[in-house]
Design a protein around this ligand. Structure first.
Ligand code: B16
Ligand code: MG
Length: 212
């Protein structure tokens, strides 16, 4: 691809499968509250911040809880989520992800993370990627989460590149929309179908090697 110097990766669902842990943690909270929760609701939470996710999970029950109670519920979910994270090791980094990252680095691309997650640093450390990326923009540094482009624009400015010279890799609709809103090119990772908003859709991260 012409004029691409940097690649910004989403974390959850692209670099690692923490999306499963998010699902299990939200499910445990929803079950305790007696609120129905399934994979369909979970798919709406991809790329969305913790508090916005809670609103989606609570749905019509949102008005039953004060802001203070909602903070406590989000903390409860995060504690369950972190108990899953604590067992992650570098072995949880898929081989093709490791290989792709190293090949892209060898080809001279700047590599960054653009994630809504406030747990980004811990996840990267546990996967053995704590020092790997040239820049990390995450949920602790932004005020608006995806589909707002803030996190990707921040990653690009940390790298010192313009959006038109960077490409965003995303698994979530909200993330692809965020990339397009920031005027980045976007590659969607999908196991089924094409993402209508992304410029290209690939099934696996390793397919990037053939495209870039
Ligand atoms: P946390 P990404 C996102 O990560 C997840 O996809 C989303 O499900 C989660 O609610 C959000 O991070 C916030 O995560 O509770 O750890 O701060 O896909 O942007 O890497
Ligand atoms: Mg994601």
């Amino acid at each position: 691809m012409n004029n691409i110097y940097a690649i910004i990766f989403d974390l959850d669902g692209v670099i690692c499968s923490t999306d499963r842990y998010h699902y299990l943690a939200w499910k445990a909270l929803a079950d305790r509250l007696g609120i129905p929760f399934d994979e369909q609701v979970n798919s709406q939470l991809r790329g969305v911040s913790r508090m916005e996710s809670l609103e989606i999970v609570l749905g019509e029950h949102s008005a039953d809880y004060s802001e203070e109670q909602k903070e406590a519920l989000a903390t409860e979910k995060n504690e369950i989520y972190k108990s899953y994270l604590s067992s992650m090791t570098p072995r949880d980094l898929p081989k093709e992800v490791r290989m792709t990252l190293h090949m892209l680095r060898q080809r001279g691309y700047l590599l960054a993370i653009g994630s809504s997650s406030k747990n980004t640093q811990q996840i990267l450390r546990q996967l053995g990627l704590g020092d790997f990326f040239d820049a990390i923009a995450d949920g602790t540094m932004i005020t608006k989460s995806k589909p707002d482009p803030e996190v990707f624009l921040l990653a690009a400015s940390m790298l010192g590149v313009s959006p038109e010279n960077a490409i965003v890799i995303e698994d979530a609709e909200s993330g692809v929309r965020a990339a397009k809103a920031g005027r980045f090119r976007a590659i969607g990772i999908r196991t089924e179908g094409n993402d209508p908003d992304s410029d290209i859709t690939v099934k696996n991260l390793k397919n990037l090697i053939d495209i870039l």
